[in-house]
Design a protein around this ligand. Structure first.
Ligand SMILES: Nc1ncnc2c1ncn2[C@@H]1O[C@H](COP(=O)(O)OP(=O)(O)OP(=O)(O)O)[C@@H](O)[C@H]1O
Ligand SMILES: [Mg+2]
Length: 442
C-alpha cells in the first residue's frame, strides 16, 4: 500500500519528533511538506500534496474555517492537543482525530487509520492541466551550502503592460536560454564579421514569479506542487533568516541549471511580498544563480494613499523591487495596434516609476504577425516603436501559436518542447543580446 502523505504543521519541539516518527522505515506514512504556518499548510493541501495534516493546537489561525478548508481539499486533520481543554477545542473545530500529547504509536495509528477523503490519484489528476499526466514535472531539491566563488549574479526583470503581452513566456525562455536548455535549436551563433561564434557557456538560472496579479510559473512549468516559494522566502527574509541554503530550499531545480521560485497562488496574498523582503530575496538570488529572471506583474504605480505611510504594504512592491534591483529591464508588449500603444505608454510609466530604475531597458514586441499589423510586420512594429517611443532596436518575436500552445499544454518551456520553433529562436537571440549587457559571472 502506498504510504499516507502527511503535511506537518506542528509548532515547537514536537515538530521534529513527529517528522522523525512518520519518516521511520515501515511507518506507512511519509511527510511531504513541513509547513511553517497555516497559510503554507492550506496551500499545500490545495495543491494536493498530502492527504493527512498533523497540526498542533497552538498553530496560529487554526479555526473551524481552516479545518473546513483542509477537509474540502481532501485532507484529514490529526491534531495534537496540549491539555484537556485544548482537546475539546480541537474536536469542536472539526479535527478528525485528537491526540493528547505526543505518543508515537498513537500518532502512527491515527495517521494510518484516517482513510483519505479522496483518492490521492484523483487529487493528482485534478491538479494536472486537463488531467494529462505528461504535463507534470518532478523537480529536485539539491542542497546548497556555500556561496560560489564569483561575482554576484545578474538580475533581469521582465515587465510589460497589461493584456498578456508575453511577460511569463519571455521570462521562462530567457531563463532557459541562459541555462543552455534546448541547445541552439540548430541555429549558429553569429560572431564578429558574421563568423560562427561558439555557443555561450550555460549559466545557472533562477526564475522568480513576482506577479502579484496572476502568478503562473508553477502551472506553466508543470509543477503540481504550487506552494508559494517566494512568499516563504520573503517571510524568512523578513525574519532575517534568509541565508543561501534557506533560499535554495525554496527553489527547486526544474531542469538542468534552472531553478524556480514560485509565486503566490492567490492574488490576495500580495501583502506577504513586501519590498523590504523582496530586496533581500533578490540579493540572495545573486548568490544562488548567475542570472535571476523575474516575471513581474503589469502594474507599477504606487498606491497614492499609502505613499505617505512608508510601512503600509504596497501591492506592486514585488514588481517595483525587481525593477529597482534589475541590471536589465526587458519590457514586453504585444505587437498589435492596442498592444503597441500600451507599450509606448508603459515605457513612459517606467521612466516615471516610483523607484529608481537604473538597469538597461530592452524592448520586446511579441506575437508579431501580419494579420494584426499588415505586411512586413516586424518592420512595421519596429518603425512604430521608433517613431512613438524612440526605441530604435526593439526585439521582435513572431506569433507562434502552435509551438506555444503545445509547450504550455505539456507544462514545458519552448526550449524543452520545441527548441527550433520560430518564437524560441527569437528568444534565444534575445538572450544572446542580453548576454552583452548582463554582467557575466567570472
Ligand atoms: N510569441 C507567441 N506566440 C503565440 N502565443 C504566445 C506568444 N507569446 C505568448 N503567447 C501565449 O500568450 C498567452 C499569454 O502569454 P504569457 O502568459 O507569457 O503572458 P503574460 O504577459 O505573462 O500574461 P499574464 O498577464 O497572464 O501574466 C499564453 O497563452 C502564451 O502561450
Ligand atoms: Mg504572466
Amino acid at each position: 500500500m502506498a504510504a499516507v502523505t502527511v503535511l506537518c504543521a506542528v509548532r515547537g519541539e514536537d515538530e521534529t519528533a513527529v517528522v522523525v516518527a512518520l519518516g521511520a522505515p515501515g511507518s506507512g506514512a511519509t511527510v511531504t511538506r513541513r509547513c511553517g504556518d497555516l497559510a503554507e499548510l492550506l496551500a499545500a493541501a490545495a495543491a494536493g500534496v498530502g492527504t493527512v495534516a498533523v497540526v498542533s493546537a497552538d498553530l496560529p489561525g487554526l479555526d473551524r474555517e481552516a479545518v473546513g478548508r483542509l477537509h474540502r481539499g481532501g485532507v484529514r486533520v490529526v491534531a495534537l492537543s496540549d491539555g484537556a481543554a485544548s482537546a475539546d477545542r480541537l474536536r469542536a473545530l472539526g479535527a478528525d482525530a485528537v491526540l493528547e500529547g505526543l505518543d508515537e504509536a498513537a500518532l502512527l495509528d491515527a495517521v494510518r487509520d484516517t482513510a483519505p477523503l479522496r483518492d490521492p490519484g484523483s487529487v493528482l489528476d485534478a491538479g494536472t492541466p486537463f488531467g494529462l499526466p505528461g504535463a507534470v514535472r518532478t523537480p529536485s531539491w539539491p542542497d546548497v551550502e556555500a556561496a560560489p566563488d564569483r561575482a554576484p549574479g545578474a538580475v533581469v526583470a521582465v515587465w510589460g503592460p497589461v493584456g498578456a503581452p508575453g511577460r511569463t513566456t519571455t521570462a521562462v525562455e530567457l531563463a532557459a536560454a541562459f541555462a543552455g536548455i534546448g541547445g541552439r535549436g540548430g541555429r549558429r551563433r553569429r560572431g564578429a564579421r558574421g563568423r560562427e561564434a561558439p555557443a555561450p557557456a550555460p549559466a545557472s538560472a533562477l526564475l522568480v514569479d513576482a506577479d502579484t496579479y496572476g502568478s503562473s510559473l508553477a502551472a506553466r512549468l508543470g509543477l503540481l506542487d504550487d506552494a508559494p516559494g517566494l512568499a516563504a522566502a520573503a517571510r524568512a527574509a523578513g525574519q532575517g533568516a534568509l541565508d543561501l541554503p534557506a533560499l535554495a530550499r525554496q527553489c527547486p531545480v526544474v531542469a538542468p541549471g534552472l531553478r524556480v521560485l514560485t509565486g503566490i497562488t492567490r492574488a490576495a496574498r500580495w501583502p506577504e511580498l513586501p519590498a523590504s523582503a523582496l530586496e533581500v530575496v533578490l540579493e540572495r538570488a545573486r548568490e544562488l544563480a548567475d542570472v535571476t529572471v523575474v516575471d513581474c506583474g503589469p502594474v507599477i504605480e504606487a498606491d497614492e494613499l499609502l505613499m505617505y505611510d512608508t510601512h503600509a504594504p504596497q501591492r506592486n512592491a514585488a514588481t517595483l523591487a525587481a525593477l529597482q534591483a534589475a541590471d536589465v529591464v526587458v519590457v514586453v508588449g504585444a505587437a498589435d495596434p492596442v498592444g503597441v500603444q500600451r507599450l509606448v505608454r508603459a515605457l513612459e510609466d517606467l521612466r516615471e516609476a516610483p523607484v529608481p530604475v537604473s538597469g538597461r531597458v530592452v524592448v520586446v514586441a511579441n506575437r508579431v504577425r501580419a494579420s494584426a499589423v499588415g505586411a512586413k510586420p516586424d518592420v512595421a512594429v519596429r518603425d512604430a516603436l521608433a517613431r512613438y517611443a524612440g526605441v530604435e532596436d526593439a526585439h521582435v518575436v513572431p506569433d507562434d501559436g502552435p509551438a506555444l500552445d503545445a509547450a504550455v499544454l505539456a507544462g514545458r518551456s519552448l526550449a524543452e518542447h520545441a527548441p527550433s520553433s520560430p518564437a524560441r529562436l527569437a528568444f534565444l537571440e534575445l538572450a544572446d543580446r542580453l548576454r552583452a549587457v548582463v554582467p557575466q559571472p567570472a
